[in-house]
Ligand binder design. Structure first.
Ligand code: HEC
Length: 714
């Protein structure tokens, strides 16, 4: 195939001096294990490749085939993109949100698409973006990409916007939610799912009090025309509405499938998994189970009609979002073939559900959990625990769980946690505070897992993260009418920003910057608030007065309580901040392991092996080995008997033996590879690609490299 392309391409190259890929005739079969045409490998998110040229016997000889730098990393930027490869063209998203189309065999650039405004180009703008999607019909081939609140249709041949799609090639994601777009704030961090000519999408929203709802929507891939909406927060008269105690005048948000969607082509169903309703940590105004928050959802892809749902956390008050879209697998349970859905969770539970009905394949028990002592809060009395497979991380924290690698580490951990209690999983947030294990970063994360369809094995990398969780009471007003601009700004800050940036504006550096004493000009602060950047959500729903109120509060934050005399007040309980239970060198206060890779036999519901993933170089120097590290970025399994995974603090890409969990090869990347690899072949040569962009979520410097590995050419 490529030889013919080259032949066609050559005269074009000479004539116009640019390398333009000629049109492809074939419409790609997107649901197989040979191509990497879809985010996470295929429609089912199996992250598996049947390519076996690189295998256990030769992986030691793997070496870089090509490498590029995108040139647009910035302080705090990250690169979560899982490149897709269609007809030998490699499509990816850079740290600043540009799309690059590259020759998959050489890295030579065909085109770039840059949606940034001039201000964004000059201010180190960055995005969280996990990749693009592809759609084709005959000669028409499109790449769908999203930054800000726009979804762009890009011509796959030229990199130019497709003018006939939506408004001059861009669809405004704030529309079609059944509310005034001016009051909506949402963006997409995971690519759209494509089924027939339907684009189906979930969104990422802010997780504060004013968050937008995370309804799932479908549009025409051809025109951008709106097709359907599924209300993840049900309207009156809809199924699930009665699982909420609605409070007059409240607006409800979240319950969003930010980790993308998967497709069962045969059934014509789309699967999503939602996060918590907002506010994340205090739910007195949203009592009840809160469907379809924290749910696995099966919807008809053509109509949005619900087929079934399964809730993984009732009335979430811990930010235990379901991070990745469900994985669709075929199993053999008790000698019977079963089509199933696997949901990965931050709790470390794997839910294995029947794909047709949503019924658990292995039993799930509702077990009693602790009540909340926060005024107004009603924690749900039970939570679902799958009996099989066993949880993949420790759940809960007790005194003997402090970091015991050295006496100094133990003492430092105990000091950090002074005043906080321990407790089992689902200990409710409190005023005293507790060490929450697993913390808000999991367990499992957005990167999914790799599934080998030949033997039912699932390879899962997990974090053993921990946070110091504590609530503070904050008095707010039911109505801010007549308040000074400054006081309005302060209230808005507390309700929308403090969970991340802290009630004292202290942030949680280096992931969340402190805002106290910011020296940024007003315009830049306002841009950041309205557009978000990196892991920060966008808030484009504030009026100019509200924005300038927030800015004046940031300039001069006063801890004086508001003068609320004669006004109707309301007390809410806010998280003091996303405080990680880690020291300044990123070393957790809990005992190792801190990150691991497990092989789960889904047919049996058992763990076949587990091994630590990554090391902290500082600890290695002191002889403390095999601790595992915080890790973000998925694995890919191959028919060559290998699991490729980067993800770790020590910035390596590794290949593990699927049978034993032994490391067979590792490579020191220039920056942390906090993304999922892509595996593909061109002209009979197999490649393994990883975006190496570092970033604060794991705690290493940000960068902009893409590396593609292959065996040396004979
Ligand atoms: C979900 C967590 C989260 C929330 C909620 C949030 N932020 Fe942020 N914010 C971040 C992160 C993370 C960054 C760093 C982004 C980067 O540079 O990649 C950031 C950066 C910023 C910056 C830039 C600071 C600098 O030094 O460059 C400003 C200003 C800011 N946030 C203000 C706000 C305001 C005001 C709100 C509320 C309206 C808010 N943020 C809500 C996480 C959050």
């Amino acid at each position: 195939m490529t030889a013919r392309y080259l032949f066609l391409c050559l005269p074009l190259l000479l004539l116009v001096g640019c390398s333009q890929k000629p049109e492809s005739k074939s419409v790609k079969q997107l649901d197989n294990y040979r191509d990497w045409a879809i985010y996470r490998g295929d429609q089912k998110a199996n992250q598996f490749s049947e390519l076996d040229q690189i295998n256990a016997s030769n992986v030691a000889r793997l070496e870089p085939a090509w490498m590029i730098n995108t040139g647009d990393a910035s302080r705090g930027s990250a690169m979560q993109t899982n490149p897709i490869i269609i007809d030998d063209v490699f499509y990816m998203v850079t740290p600043a949100g540009r799309v690059l189309a590259l020759d998959g065999a050489t890295g030579e650039q065909y085109w770039e698409f840059d949606p940034r405004t001039p201000e964004q180009k000059n201010s180190g703008y960055s995005v969280i973006n996990r990749g693009v999607a592809y759609w084709a019909d005959g000669d028409e081939q499109r790449i769908f990409h999203s930054t800000g609140s726009s979804l762009y249709a890009i011509d796959a041949q030229t990199g130019k916007l497709v003018g006939t799609f939506a408004e001059s090639g861009a669809l405004d994601l704030r529309k079609n939610l059944g509310m005034d777009p001016e009051f909506v704030s949402c963006k997409m961090t995971s690519p759209v799912a494509v089924f027939e000519d339907y684009l189906i999408l979930g969104t990422s929203v802010s997780e504060g009090f004013g968050a937008s709802p995370g309804h799932i929507r479908a549009y025409s891939a051809r025109t951008g025309e709106f097709r359907w909406i599924f209300h993840t927060i049900p309207k009156k008269g809809e199924f699930g509405h009665d699982t909420w105690e609605w409070v007059e005048g409240e607006s409800y948000g979240g319950a969003n499938a930010w980790g993308g969607l998967t497709i069962d082509e045969k059934r014509g169903w789309v699967f999503g998994a939602t996060g918590s309703p907002t506010y994340d940590f205090y739910g007195a105004n949203r009592k009840g189970k809160g469907l379809f928050g924290n749910c696995v959802l099966a919807l008809d892809a053509r109509t949005g009609e619900r087929q079934w749902h399964f809730q993984t956390v009732h009335h979430d008050i811990w930010d235990m979002d379901n991070p990745p879209a469900p994985i669709l697998v075929e199993l053999e349970i008790d000698n019977e073939p079963r089509e199933a859905v696997v949901q990965m969770t931050k709790m470390g539970h794997l839910f294995v559900l029947d794909r047709g009905t949503g019924e658990p394949i292995f039993p799930v028990e509702e077990r009693p959990v602790a009540a909340s002592d926060i005024p107004g809060e009603e924690a749900w009395p039970t939570q679902p625990f799958p009996v099989k497979p066993p949880p993949l991380v420790r759940q809960g924290f007790a005194e003997d769980d402090f970091n015991d690698t050295t006496p100094e580490a133990y003492a430092a951990a105990a000091k950090m946690a002074e005043g906080y209690s321990g407790g089992p999983i689902f200990t409710p947030p409190s005023l005293r505070g507790h060490v929450i294990v697993p913390g808000m970063s999991g367990g499992m994360e957005w990167h999914g897992a790799s599934f080998d369809p030949s033997n039912g094995m699932l390879y899962v990398n997990v974090n053993e993260s921990s946070n110091l969780m504590r609530l503070s009471p904050v008095t707010t007003l039911v109505d801010d009418e007549g308040l000074s601009e400054y006081d309005k700004g302060k209230l808005l800050y507390q309700l929308n920003c403090s969970a991340c940036h802290g009630l004292q504006l202290q942030g949680a550096p280096p992931v969340v910057p402190a805002l106290a004493l910011t020296d940024k000009p007003d315009g830049e602060l306002i841009n950041t608030i309205e557009e978000g950047r990196g892991a920060m959500p966008s808030f484009n729903n504030f009026s100019n007065e509200e924005l300038s109120g927030i800015v004046s509060y940031l300039r001069n934050p006063s801890e004086e309580p508001l003068d609320v005399s004669g006004r109707e007040t309301r007390t809410v309980y806010l998280l003091q901040g996303y405080n990680r239970f880690e020291d300044e060198n990123w070393i957790p206060g809990t005992k190792p392991p801190w990150g691991s890779l497990a092989a789960v036999d889904l047919n049996a519901g058992t763990i076949m092996w587990t091994t630590t993933l990554g090391e902290y170089p500082e600890l290695v120097k002191r002889g403390i080995r095999n601790t595992g590290t915080r890790n973000f970025g998925g694995s890919v399994a191959t028919a060559g008997g290998l699991i490729f995974v980067a993800a770790t603090f020590d910035e390596k890409l590794r290949a593990f033996d699927t049978a034993t969990g032994k490391i067979l090869w590792e490579y020191q990347l220039p920056y942390g590879g906090y993304a999922t690899p892509s595996v593909y072949a061109i002209d009979g040569r197999q490649y393994v690609a990883i975006c190496s962009g570092g970033g604060p979520k794991v705690g290493t410097p940000s960068g902009d490299a893409v590396l593609v590995f292959a065996l040396p050419e004979e």
